[in-house]
Design a protein around this ligand. Structure first.
Ligand code: NAD
Length: 495
């Protein structure tokens, strides 16, 4: 860390970034480009080419060409690449985190945590020799007829990722896909393409064979090329619910495997027996961490019974104490939001909440950060007197807005939470094991927190939501990812 000037970005301008295809950096032929913008000050820091269908198809073909050699490379050798990659990422951890903050805005410690989670997925995938083993049973079919299951890779897989975790999300998938013997094409978010571009630069030191891991920059055109290409055997997607539904349907229509992790609206329930003082820090991280742009972010704060007054007072006090500013400033708790468009969306939701009868206890709309007046800042916002039928209480805002909803008991809190079309995560704060057990037993969400508000599974556990937050069967990360990226083949033998 001492090598870095802490407040200064590594580079002011990254120029026109390129695709990484078949081991080479390639500038795609296109007439469409986007600016890459630093949300802390709204200045352009690079240009992104929007790759055409034809150029995306070329990347997929190269990944396909590399498949057979890679697939026949023994798993232990593939695992050794993961160890090399882990060592490289450890070395560049701070640099990668700083680029994430520069293009996304999140506080630098959050970016460090994100980079660590990328590394943990590589560590987990390094155990592929054990993770992808099959099983067998002698005389399994009849006397002298043995039965064996092997797990085999399938070919080319792809990932389409969102802006909010530009480094980590592709790592939920590609290390498992590649370690199991597949080849891979990643289309990162057009809003935050620098983190993975730099990651691919440093990963060249790992000497993965050409074509095994490829990066394509673009938008819908590149995604549609992936969805329509018959060489692609499966797609992993993380992003909003409408796009997730679209991708899942297109994969179904073209016979591809699909993991589509989608949008969220997460409820945090606080029981009268909760330890409020010990929990408010954790609630702040949930609602306002990453400026509310997390699929696991708290959105609705459900106050049960007479906890309401104390919870409201302590929650607002803690939220008001958070420092908003550029994410590279180590003293900042909350960075800017990703774009002007997102800033306007968050403002609109707050305006609409007020029109529909909510009370603003803490207003983030008029935050100004001296020296960063052009940045996309919105402060922590707390809305009270919120009822479940209000628009902002139902839809994903994806910003630092907490809505307090009062209910009489735990059953009402569970009913309210389960009425949401989303089911990514839900948390309860309580000192009662019985309340906690009733809650996790009944709640329809993929990730449950008990006395913690960001229920993020470690790399060796599966990660996905339920209902409109997830379309698919196998989840990302760990053993689920290994299953997704392999097929089981049964071999029955008599000699
Ligand atoms: P997004 O859906 O706008 O974009 C995600 C990806 O899809 C990008 O790469 C984008 O280029 C591509 N895309 C966008 N529109 C498309 C279209 N019409 N056709 C084909 N591809 C398209 O999502 P975002 O704004 O980048 O990310 C925020 C969303 O992601 C939130 O809804 C958040 O909840 C969700 N998210 C979910 C998880 C999870 O694990 N469930 C994790 C992180 C983020």
């Amino acid at each position: 860390m001492s090598d870095f000037n802490l407040l200064k970005p590594l580079k002011e301008d990254y120029g026109t970034i390129r695709n990484f295809i078949d081991g080479d950096w390639v500038e795609p032929k296109t007439d469409r480009y986007l600016d890459i913008v630093n949300p802390a000050d709204s200045k352009a820091i690079g240009k992104l080419p929007l790759t055409t269908k034809a150029e995306t198809d070329k990347a997929i073909q190269k990944a396909h060409d590399a498949y057979w050699d890679w697939r026949t490379t023994p798993p232990i050798v593939r695992a050794r690449y993961m160890f090399k990659i882990k060592a490289i990422l450890d070395k560049y951890h701070e640099e990668i985190a700083r680029i994430t903050t520069q293009e996304h805005g999140k506080a630098i410690d959050e970016a460090r945590g994100e980079t660590l989670r990328s590394i943990e997925n590589v560590e987990t995938a390094a155990g592929i020799t054990s993770l992808m083993m099959g099983y067998n049973l002698e005389d399994g079919a009849a006397k002298n007829i043995d039965e064996t299951v092997v797990r085999q890779p399938l070919g080319v897989f792809a990932c389409v990722s969102p802006f909010n975790f530009p480094g980590m999300v592709p790592f939920w998938f590609w290390p498992y896909a590649v370690a199991t013997g597949n080849t891979f094409v990643i289309k990162v978010s057009e809003q935050t393409p620098l983190t993975l571009t730099r990651t691919f630069e440093i990963l060249q030191d790992a000497d993965l064979p050409d074509g095994v891991l490829n990066l394509v920059h673009g938008d819908k055109e590149a995604v549609d090329a992936i969805l329509d290409n018959p060489l692609v055997k499966g797609v992993t997607f993380v992003g909003s619910t409408p796009v997730g539904k679209y991708i899942y349907a297109r994969c179904g229509a073209t016979g591809k495997r699909c993991i589509a992790q989608a949008g969220a609206k997460n409820f945090l329930t606080v029981m009268p027996d909760a330890e409020i003082d010990r929990s408010t820090g954790n609630m702040m991280a949930s609602f306002f961490g990453c400026t509310g742009q997390r699929c696991l972010a708290g959105a609705n704060l459900v106050a049960v019974g007479d906890v309401y007054e104390e919870l409201k007072e302590k929650f607002v006090k803690a939220a008001a104490a958070l420092k908003v500013g550029p994410g590279l400033d180590e003293s900042v708790n909350m960075g800017p939001i990703i774009s002007r468009k997102s800033l306007e969306r968050v403002h609109n939701y707050i305006d609409m909440a007020v029109k529909q009868g909510a009370t603003v206890l803490l207003d983030g709309r008029d935050v100004v950060v001296p020296g960063y007046e052009g940045g996309f800042y919105v402060g922590p916002t707390v809305l009270d007197n919120v009822t479940p039928d209000m628009t902002h209480a139902q839809e994903e805002i994806f910003g630092p807005v907490a809505s307090i909803i009062r209910v009489k008991d735990l059953e009402e809190a569970i009913k309210l939470t389960n009425a949401s079309p989303f089911g990514n995560s839900a948390s309860i704060y309580t000192t009662s094991g019985r309340n906690a057990r009733t809650y996790w037993y009944k709640i329809q969400a993929g990730n449950i927190g008990v006395n913690l508000g960001i229920a993020a599974a470690m790399a060796y556990f599966p990660f996905a939501g339920q209902k409109d937050s997830f379309f698919g069967t196998m989840h990302g990360q760990g053993k689920d990812a290994v299953q997704f990226f392999t097929d089981s083949k049964v071999v029955i033998t008599r000699w």
